[in-house]
Design a protein around this ligand. Structure first.
Ligand SMILES: CC(C)(COP(=O)(O)OP(=O)(O)OC[C@H]1O[C@@H](n2cnc3c(N)ncnc32)[C@H](O)[C@@H]1OP(=O)(O)O)[C@@H](O)C(=O)NCCC(=O)NCCS
Length: 182
């Protein structure tokens, strides 16, 4: 009887800023995500760099640029999610940060995405110069949209046929533009 009961949700995670030394583990994370079919992100085999050196540079940039940050969620020393805010680089968009977020498939739905998003938005609110955090999301990704709305993002518009999915019959799909105002 006992062995048919679901495993209790006892997983404990830590959220912290990524360090350059995390690069190999972040690449392993990206690899799993890139191989996941229909993952609703642009992390795909043959497109996203899975090179440790590129990932080290990306982490260093997000660490050193005061307008940017990258946070990871860790469970048992494995990276199981990340959120990245990339600040604008010129006087016209330095008040904005582009956000992307992901959680490993076997850790979704237990609060890690919400925790990562809360931490990223707290980081943005603490920055006087950042007043807008923006993202785009596939219109079909209703689960993610629900999460973003719950965290305070507003829907700004629909970008028709903005995305192309070569590994899904090369269909064109709509994106939604959303923003959080600090
Ligand atoms: C979207 C995503 C980051 C949310 O992270 P998460 O850890 O699953 O989210 P949480 O557990 O904190 O919250 C779950 C909420 O997210 C939504 N959600 C979205 N995708 C989900 C999934 N695959 N499994 C469970 N919940 C999901 C649920 O609607 C839920 O909302 P509720 O709490 O109001 O019921 C994560 O599911 C993910 O990485 N999905 C695949 C990649 C992706 O879509 N990335 C975003 C691209 S813009």
């Amino acid at each position: 009887m006992l062995d048919i009961l679901p495993e209790p949700a006892t997983r404990v995670w830590t959220i912290r800023a990524a360090e350059v030394e995390d690069a190999p583990r972040l690449v392993a994370y990206y690899e799993a995500l890139a191989n996941e079919p229909f993952n609703n992100t642009s992390v795909r085999q043959g497109y996203t760099s899975l090179e440790v050196a590129d990932t080290q540079r990306m982490i260093a940039h997000h660490r050193d640029d005061p307008q940017s940050c990258i946070l990871v969620a860790e469970v048992d020393e494995e990276i199981v999610g990340y959120v990245r805010c990339t600040g604008g680089s010129n006087p016209f968009n330095r008040h904005t940060a582009d956000l992307s977020i992901n959680v490993r498939v076997d850790f979704r739905g237990i609060g890690i995405g919400s925790a990562l998003m809360s931490a990223a938005l707290a980081w943005a609110r603490a920055h006087e110069t950042i007043s807008r955090v923006q993202l785009t999301v596939l219109a079909r990704n209703t689960g993610a949209i629900k999460l973003y709305e719950r965290m305070g993002f507003e829907m700004e518009g629909r970008l028709r046929n903005a995305y192309r999915l070569p590994d899904e019959g090369d269909i064109f799909v709509d994106m939604m533009a959303m923003a959080y105002h600090c």
